[in-house]
Design a protein. Structure first.
Length: 365
C-alpha cells in the first residue's frame, strides 16, 4: 500500500451556464451543439473468452511529453447507454488526454462499435467482466503506468460495481476513478425516466436498443418473442423482456437489484470521485441522499453532488460559443492528483458556485 496522497486541490467551482440553467438544457447542450476536433486514435479488436470481441479505441501517450511513454499516465473510459466514440464527452476526454500527453483508451461495449457482437448477449449496467478484461490487459501492457478509470452513466455504474466487487484485488496500477452521473439505483431510475419530459430520453434509448435487437433476431431468432418488441413502451419492459433474461437474471427487478452500484460502494478501495447533479433527469434526487449516506462510511469516496448539471451535462462558461465542460475538466484534475500534480490545467470559463459536498480526502493507492 502506497502512503496516503494529499487531498486533491479543489477545482474552480461549477456554475451552470446562464443559457443552460434547466436540467434538460444541461443534458442536451453538448449532444446537440458540441463540436470537438478529432483526435488521432486507432481501434483495436480484442477477443473475449466467450468467443466474442471488444473494440477498444486507443490514444498513445505523447513521446514528446514523456521520455518513456510506457510509464505515462493512462485514462480508461467506460461509456454510457448506447454511447461510444460519437459521445461528445468521449471526444472531450480524448482531447483533454492529448493536451496533457496522456494515453487513453475507450472500451466500446458489445454492439456499440461499427459491428454487432457475435454472442446472444449484449451489455448491461451490471456487466463487469468486460471491464475487468480491459483493465487487466492495459495493466499488463503498461505495469509501470498509473491508470485512472472514468465511467459515465451506465459505464459509471459498471465501474463502481467492478471496484466494489473486487476491492483490494483491483490491479495496483489503478490509482483513481471517476464516476459521472451514475444511475446508482436502477429500479428507481427506471421509474423516474418514464415520467414527464424524461420520457423523451427513454424513447430515444428504446429506439436505439430495439434496432439492435431486430438485427440480433436475424442471427438468433429464438432470442425473444419477436412480436413483443414493437409493444415495448418503457425501459423497464425492455429490461424485463430482454436485458434480464438474456443475461441470466430472472427479470428486470432481479437485474436491477443485483446490478445497482449503490450496493457496492462499501467495497471500493480505489480513491473515487462521485460526480452527479441533483437535477439529473434520469434519477430521483432522493437516490443521491442515499448514496451520500453510504459513501460517508467509505473514506476513499469523494462525493461531489451539485444542485444543477443535468445528466452528463455540467455545462458552464460565460458565452454559448465557448462553453466549459466541467465534468471533463474535473475528471482530469482529479486524475492528475495521482501524479502529485493536483494543479493540472484549469483553463476554461468555469466560475462561481460550489458543490454541496466537500471532498472526503481519500487515502492514496
Amino acid at each position: 500500500m502506497s502512503p496516503p496522497a494529499p487531498p486533491p486541490a479543489r477545482p474552480a467551482p461549477f456554475r451552470p451556464a446562464w443559457w443552460a440553467r434547466n436540467p434538460h438544457a444541461q443534458t442536451l447542450w453538448g449532444k446537440l451543439t458540441r463540436r470537438v476536433a478529432a483526435v488521432p486514435t486507432r481501434r483495436e479488436r480484442w477477443d473475449t473468452p466467450d468467443g466474442d470481441f471488444l473494440d477498444v479505441v486507443r490514444l498513445p501517450a505523447d513521446p514528446a511529453r514523456f521520455a518513456d511513454p510506457a510509464r505515462a499516465p493512462r485514462l480508461l473510459l467506460l461509456h454510457g447507454l448506447e454511447g461510444g466514440m460519437r459521445s461528445h464527452y468521449a471526444h472531450g476526454l480524448f482531447a483533454e488526454a492529448r493536451r496533457r500527453g496522456w494515453a487513453m483508451d475507450l472500451m466500446l461495449h458489445r454492439s456499440c462499435g461499427d459491428e454487432l457482437n457475435r454472442q446472444r448477449r449484449f451489455y448491461h449496467s451490471g456487466e463487469t467482466s468486460d471491464a475487468a478484461l480491459v483493465v487487466d490487459r492495459v495493466a499488463a501492457e503498461c505495469p509501470d503506468a498509473p491508470l485512472a478509470i472514468c465511467g459515465v452513466s451506465l459505464g459509471g455504474n459498471q465501474l463502481l460495481k467492478y471496484l466494489g466487487e473486487r476491492g483490494d484485488a483491483v490491479p495496483r496500477v489503478v490509482r483513481r476513478a471517476v464516476a459521472i452521473s451514475v444511475p446508482y439505483d436502477l429500479a428507481r431510475g427506471a421509474r423516474h425516466i418514464s415520467r414527464g419530459f424524461s420520457k423523451v430520453y427513454e424513447r430515444h434509448f428504446l429506439r436505439s436498443l430495439t434496432r439492435k435487437v431486430e438485427r440480433k433476431l436475424a442471427v438468433y431468432p429464438d432470442l425473444i418473442a419477436a412480436e413483443r418488441l414493437p409493444q415495448l413502451r418503457t425501459l423497464y419492459e425492455f429490461d424485463d423482456l430482454l436485458t434480464g433474461p438474456v443475461h441470466g437474471f430472472a427479470g428486470a427487478d432481479d437485474y436491477y437489484t443485483r446490478s445497482s452500484a449503490i450496493h457496492f460502494l462499501g467495497g471500493v478501495r480505489v480513491p473515487t470521485l462521485l460526480l452527479s447533479a441533483v437535477d439529473d433527469p434520469f434519477l430521483p434526487a432522493a437516490v443521491l441522499d442515499d448514496v451520500r449516506a453510504r459513501a460517508g462510511a467509505n473514506p476513499v469516496l469523494e462525493v461531489e453532488f451539485h444542485a444543477r448539471g443535468g445528466h452528463v451535462g455540467f455545462v458552464g462558461g460565460r458565452v454559448p460559443w465557448r462553453p466549459d465542460y466541467y465534468a471533463e475538466r474535473r475528471t482530469v484534475e482529479f486524475v492528475a492528483s495521482m501524479l502529485g500534480d493536483a494543479s493540472g490545467d484549469a483553463s476554461g470559463d468555469a466560475s462561481g458556485g460550489v458543490a454541496d459536498a466537500a471532498p472526503a480526502g481519500p487515502a492514496g493507492r
